[in-house]
Design a binder for this molecule. Structure first.
Ligand SMILES: Nc1ncnc2c1ncn2[C@@H]1O[C@H](COP(=O)(O)OP(=O)(O)OP(=O)(O)O)[C@@H](O)[C@H]1O
Length: 235
């Protein structure tokens, strides 16, 4: 369970998040809104890249914001990025293993976890391929595999579907859908692909100008005329 309370981020006169509060309880949660609504800013606050001027975030009852970014990783917070962070000169295996630098898993156990994460994301046979030789879809899956290592509790995904073709988007969808059961983690998913959000997210939070425009079951939220006007009509 994620509890966001009165979160405000300010850059000069701009407030990318403005008094945002929300309780999120589903295993897969959508985060949508028009360009500039504050979605990535919210992920940056979760990760510790940004400090809000007010507010708090609790993950399963634990106050997240006082923790350093590294402690957040140890507490089970994971993230994939809009521009994927895969090192070209490391194999898929070593790219995933890199997360071990931030967690307490050592030796054989970390190897087992890397293997499981790569197999789950369909990269089992690509483990020794260098990052530079992986295609866009495979690089996205490496990012997701990295997020699955070391008992994740909350995985933040920033537009994992961007630039994928239809078949790849479908495989991504199946992967995301399987994460809560296979790894016991919640997924908070930003994407402009409404089909991906609809197919995966039990609930969806809609931001507009840094404020909460809607929150509820995904179908209800996406059918809301206010959401349509602010977001879907403009998408
Ligand atoms: N470092 C910064 N300094 C000043 N303004 C910023 C900074 N980062 C973000 N903003 C502003 O905050 C607002 C929210 O940006 P954010 O990237 O969170 O939106 P978003 O919903 O993720 O958009 P998109 O869908 O385009 O990725 C925008 O108006 C943006 O210009």
């Amino acid at each position: 369970m994620i509890r966001i309370d009165n979160l405000t981020v300010q850059f000069g006169a701009v407030r990318p998040l403005d008094g945002l509060s929300a309780e999120l309880t589903q295993p897969i949660i959508g985060l949508v809104g028009p360009n500039g609504a504050g979605k990535t800013t919210l992920l940056n606050v979760f990760s510790g890249f940004l400090t809000p001027v007010t507010g708090s975030i609790e993950l399963d009852g634990r106050d997240l914001l006082p923790l350093s970014p590294t402690r957040r990783v140890q507490a089970g917070l994971r993230r994939t990025f809009q521009t994927e962070q895969v090192a070209d000169d490391l194999s898929a295996w070593d790219n995933v293993l890199a997360l071990a630098d931030h967690i307490d898993l050592k030796g054989a156990r970390i190897g087992d976890e890397v293997e499981r994460a790569l197999a789950f994301t369909g990269l089992g046979t690509r483990a020794q391929v260098m990052g530079a030789a992986l295609n866009l879809y495979e690089r996205r899956m490496v990012e997701i595999a990295r997020a699955l290592v070391g008992h994740p509790r909350l995985i933040l995904m920033d537009e994992p579907g961007a630039g994928l073709d239809e078949a790849e988007a479908l495989r991504l969808r199946q992967c995301i859908l399987g994460i809560p059961q296979a790894f016991g983690a919640t997924v908070l998913l930003i994407d402009h692909d409404v089909d991906l959000i609809s197919a995966t997210c039990g609930e969806t939070l809609v931001l507009d100008f840094g404020k909460r425009l809607a929150l509820g079951p995904t179908r209800t939220v996406l059918d809301d005329p206010v959401v349509h006007r602010a977001y879907l009509g403009a998408a």
